[in-house]
Design a protein around this ligand. Structure first.
Ligand code: ZN
Ligand code: ZN
Length: 729
C-alpha cells in the first residue's frame, strides 16, 4: 500500500519516526520526501502502522491528510530513499523552542553538547530564520558555513538517532560560537563568554544578544528606568523573558490557557495580566512575558542570578531588527554577545493575547511563520499590507502564506525588508506558477505601494487597490472561513473611499464587494499627522465650538483655528479613544503609536457606565461630539480615578452600543447571522466584550480573529483574498 502524507511532514523528524515504527513492526517498503509530501510504502498492517505512527509523531509534525493507493511491489527491507530534487512548495518548518531532550543534554556534563548554545535536533531549533531556499536541506541554510564533524555526521546519517537528517545540527567541535565584545567592539577574552555576559547583566549592564532571527537588547528588571532613558523609550512596554513559569506567576496572573501557550514549543510573548513590574509597561494592565527558547537563553539563565530580563528587539523605532554584527555596535550598549552564524531571515518574537480561547496576534512571527491559511481560490496573488505593522502575503496552491512581521514602512530599511521577505516567499512557495496580481492599500502615501508596483511591473501584471477596512473585514472572513458578514472595522486610520480617513466603520462585506453601512461622525485632524501625535489637538477639535479650551494658549489656539479648514477628516475610533484618554487626563502626551488608547484600557476594564449619555444616530452616522459634551456637563474636576474609569466606560459603551446596533440592524435586514469585529481597536478586551454582549443579546454570533492579526498585520491577508477573488472570476 502507498501512503501519501500531507501537512507539516518535512524537517520535523517525520521520516525517522516512520522508519522506527516500520522497522519495529517488521514492515517492508520505503519512505520518501517528494517535496511537498511524504510517500510511504508498507507491505502490510497499514492501519496498525498509522495508529503507532500517530502515537509517536514529533510534537510539531502535523498530518492534514493521508491518501492511500494500492501497490503490488515487493521489498526485502524498509528504507529511507533520497529526496527528489528541485521540488518546491514543501512546508518550511518554523523556528521551534529547544525541546526537552536537547535541554537535558545541554545540562548533562557527560554529554558532548554540554552547555553548547546551538544544541538542537530534528524537532527543535532555528529553521525558518536560517533557510535560504527549498527543498529544506543543510546546503540551503546558513549552517552551510559549518561543515558537520565526524560525530555529527554519524548522528545525521543514523535513522535510529533523533538527529537523523536534522539539517541544522552541530556541536562544539563543528558549530557556531558565541563571542563577547565590549562597547568598543573589542573582543573580551574569557573562559566562558556566556557566563561573563551573565555576570555583567547581573551587575546592571545593558547587553545585546544575537539570537536565531535577530538581536535582542536586555537588562535586569531593576535597571529598566536607566534602560528607558538610554534607549529613549520613556513609556513603551517591553517584553520580559523569565527563567521559568514560576517566575512568570510572580509577575502576572496566568490562566491555564496562557500558561500552556507560554510553555508551548512556539514560545510566543504572551500579553497577560500584570501583577508587579509596573515600570516594564507603564500605565498598562498587561505585561508581555515569554520563556527561554534557544539553547543560549537556557545557558544564560543557568549563569544568571536574576530570574527575569527585559528582552526586546534591538532596533531603531519602527525599523527592522538589526542583524549584522557590525551595525549592532551603533546601539552603544555595554556588552555584546554575538555569534558567527548569518541570519538570512530576520524574524521578530511573536506577540499574542488570548481572549476566550481566541488568539489575538499583535505580531505573528517566530514560531508561527510560515503558516498556510486555506483560501477558496487558486490564483497566485502577492499583497503588500498597509503602512504600519506591515506584513506581506502570497497565495499559492489555495493557501495564503504570510511574511514575518516587517515593521513600519515609513522607514527605508523596512521597505527593503518587505521586498526581501516577499521575494523569499515567492522563491519558497511559487514554484513555476506565475503571479496574477499584486494587491496594495489605497492610501497614496504608503511606501509599501512602491514595492507592489515594482513587482507588478516586473511580472507585467495588474495592481489591485484595496480599501483598508474592507481588507480588515476580508482578513476576518479568511480567518473564520466565511464568505460574508457584517463587520465592525475599528482602528487607527485607513484611507477611505471618500478621501477621508476611516476607522469606525460598519461594513457589509464579502470578498467581492462591500457596503459602508454606517460609521462614526467625522472629526477634523488639526494638522493631519500632528493631531495623531498630539492627542490634545483631538480634544480641541471636539470642543472648539463650545469654547471649552483645553491646554492651549491663545497663540496656539489661533494656529489651530487656521488649520480647521484644511484638516483631513477622520471617523477613526482609535482617534476618539486617544481624545478620551487625553480629555480624562489619563494620557495627554503620546510617546508611541496607540499609547493614549492603550492606556485607556485599564480604566475601561474597571469602570461602570454610571453617566447617562444618549447617542444620536443620523443617517447611519453615530454622533460623537455630542457625547463628549453630554459627559462634560456631568463631570466635575478634578477627576478621581474612579470617575475617570466610569466616565470612560460610559462614553465608550454608548458609542459601541450605537455602532453595534447599526451592524445588528443591517444583519437582520439582510438575513446575515454574524457580526465580525476586526481592526487594531479589537485588541482592546473591554471593547470586544461590549460588542460581544450587544451581539449576543440580538441573538447573533460574534466573529473575532484567531489566526490572522486583528490589526494592520492582517491587512495583506484581506487584500490577497479580495484580489484573488477578483482574478478568479
Ligand atoms: Zn531538540
Ligand atoms: Zn559536530
Amino acid at each position: 500500500m502507498i501512503l501519501i502524507f500531507k501537512g507539516v511532514v518535512q524537517g520535523v523528524g517525520f521520516r525517522p519516526t516512520i522508519y522506527r515504527v516500520a522497522t519495529r513492526l517488521g514492515l517492508k517498503g520505503y519512505v520518501l520526501n517528494t517535496g511537498s509530501e511524504v510517500e510511504v510504502v508498507v507491505d502490510r498492517d497499514v492501519d496498525r502502522f498509522i495508529d503507532e505512527l500517530k502515537k509517536e509523531l514529533p510534537c510539531i509534525a502535523h498530518i492534514t491528510e493521508i491518501i492511500k493507493e494500492p501497490d503490488k511491489r515487493t521489498f526485502s527491507d524498509f528504507r529511507i530513499l533520497h529526496s527528489k530534487k528541485g521540488e518546491k512548495k514543501s512546508q518550511i518548518p518554523p523556528d521551534i523552542a529547544t525541546c526537552d531532550d536537547c535541554r537535558a543534554e545541554l545540562f548533562d556534563p557527560g554529554n558532548r553538547r554540554y552547555l553548547f548554545p546551538f544544541t538542537n535536533c530534528t524537532v527543535c531549533g532555528a529553521r525558518f530564520s536560517l533557510i535560504t531556499d527549498v527543498p529544506y536541506d543543510r546546503e540551503r541554510t546558513s549552517m552551510i558555513q559549518f561543515p558537520l564533524c565526524a560525530d555529527c555526521s554519524r548522528e545525521y546519517k543514523d535513522p535510529q538517532n533523533r538527529r537523523y537528517h536534522a539539517q541544522t545540527i552541530s556541536c562544539p567541535r563543528c558549530g557556531p560560537t558565541y563571542r563577547l565584545y565590549d562597547c568598543d567592539k573589542k573582543e573580551m577574552k574569557s573562559r566562558d563568554p556566556i557566563q561573563e555576559f551573565a555576570r555583567h547583566l547581573d551587575q546592571g549592564k545593558i547587553g545585546v544578544i544575537k539570537s536565531w532571527g535577530g538581536m535582542h537588547l536586555c537588562c535586569i528588571l531593576g535597571e529598566v528606568s536607566r534602560f528607558r532613558e538610554w534607549y529613549k523609550r520613556p513609556q513603551k512596554a517591553f517584553a520580559v523573558m523569565v527563567r521559568d513559569i514560576k517566575t512568570a506567576e510572580t509577575l502576572s496572573d496566568l490562566t491555564d490557557e496562557e500558561r500552556s501557550l507560554l510553555l508551548s514549543e512556539k514560545r510566543p510573548i504572551v500579553l497577560v495580566k500584570k501583577k508587579t513590574a509596573e515600570l516594564v509597561s507603564p500605565g498598562l494592565d498587561t505585561i508581555g512575558i515569554y520563556l527561554p527558547y534557544t539553547g543560549l537563553h537556557h545557558v544564560l539563565f543557568s549563569f544568571l542570578s536574576a530570574d527575569a530580563l527585559v528582552m526586546t528587539s534591538a532596533n531603531i523605532p519602527g525599523e527592522p531588527m538589526l542583524l549584522g554584527n557590525d551595525e549592532v555596535f551603533s546601539l552603544h550598549a555595554d556588552y555584546y554577545l554575538l555569534h558567527n552564524r548569518d541570519i538570512p531571515n530576520r524574524i521578530d518574537d511573536t506577540v499574542v493575547r488570548l481572549w476566550q480561547g481566541n488568539c489575538f496576534f499583535l505580531r505573528k512571527s517566530r514560531g508561527f511563520i510560515p503558516d498556510a491559511l486555506p483560501v477558496p481560490y487558486d490564483v497566485s496573488v502577492l499583497s503588500v499590507g498597509a503602512g504600519e505593522n506591515i506584513c506581506g502575503a502570497l497565495s499559492a496552491d489555495r493557501k495564503i502564506f504570510c511574511t514575518q512581521y516587517i515593521g513600519n514602512s515609513k522607514y527605508y530599511g523596512t521597505v527593503e525588508f518587505l521586498e526581501h521577505s516577499l521575494r523569499h516567499l515567492m522563491r519558497l512557495f511559487l514554484k513555476d506558477e506565475r503571479l496574477h496580481a499584486v494587491a496594495m492599500d489605497r492610501h497614496p502615501r504608503y511606501e509599501s505601494r512602491g514595492v507592489a508596483q515594482k513587482i507588478a511591473d516586473e511580472c507585467r501584471i495588474p495592481v489591485v487597490e484595496v480599501q483598508h477596512h474592507w481588507a480588515h473585514a476580508a482578513s476576518l472572513l479568511v480567518d473564520r472561513h466565511v464568505d460574508h458578514s457584517v463587520v465592525l472595522a475599528l482602528d487607527g486610520l485607513g484611507y477611505g473611499e471618500d478621501g477621508n480617513f476611516w476607522g469606525g466603520e460598519v461594513l457589509g462585506a464579502s470578498f467581492e464587494t462591500f457596503d459602508r453601512v454606517g460609521h462614526l461622525e467625522y472629526l477634523p485632524l488639526l494638522g493631519g499627522d500632528q493631531a495623531t501625535r498630539d492627542p490634545r489637538r483631538l480634544v480641541y477639535a471636539l470642543f472648539r465650538t463650545t469654547g471649552n479650551e483645553i491646554c492651549f494658549n491663545d497663540d496656539e489656539v489661533e494656529i489651530l483655528e487656521k488649520l480647521v479648514k484644511t484638516a483631513p477628516l477622520s471617523s477613526s475610533l482609535g482617534r476618539y479613544l486617544d481624545a478620551l484618554a487625553c480629555y480624562l487626563g489619563i494620557c495627554t502626551t503620546r510617546t508611541y503609536s496607540g499609547e493614549p488608547a492603550m492606556k485607556l484600557e485599564r480604566y475601561l476594564a474597571v469602570g461602570s457606565p454610571r453617566y447617562s449619555l444618549q447617542a444620536s444616530v443620523k443617517q447611519k452616522i453615530v454622533g460623537v461630539h455630542d457625547l463628549f459634551e453630554q459627559l462634560d456637563e456631568q463631570l466635575q474636576r478634578p477627576l478621581s480615578e474612579t470617575v475617570k474609569a466610569d466616565a470612560a466606560v460610559s462614553l465608550v459603551k454608548t458609542l459601541m452600543d450605537a455602532l453595534t446596533d447599526l451592524a445588528v440592524e443591517h444583519a437582520e435586514r439582510s438575513g446575515i447571522g454574524t457580526i465580525g469585529l476586526t481592526g487594531g481597536c479589537s485588541y482592546n478586551i473591554p471593547i470586544t466584550e461590549m460588542v460581544q454582549r450587544r451581539v449576543m443579546k440580538a441573538g447573533l454570533r460574534l466573529l473575532v480573529h484567531r489566526n490572522v492579526p486583528n490589526g494592520d498585520g492582517g491587512i495583506a491577508v484581506g487584500q490577497n483574498a479580495i484580489a484573488g477573488t477578483r482574478c478568479s472570476v
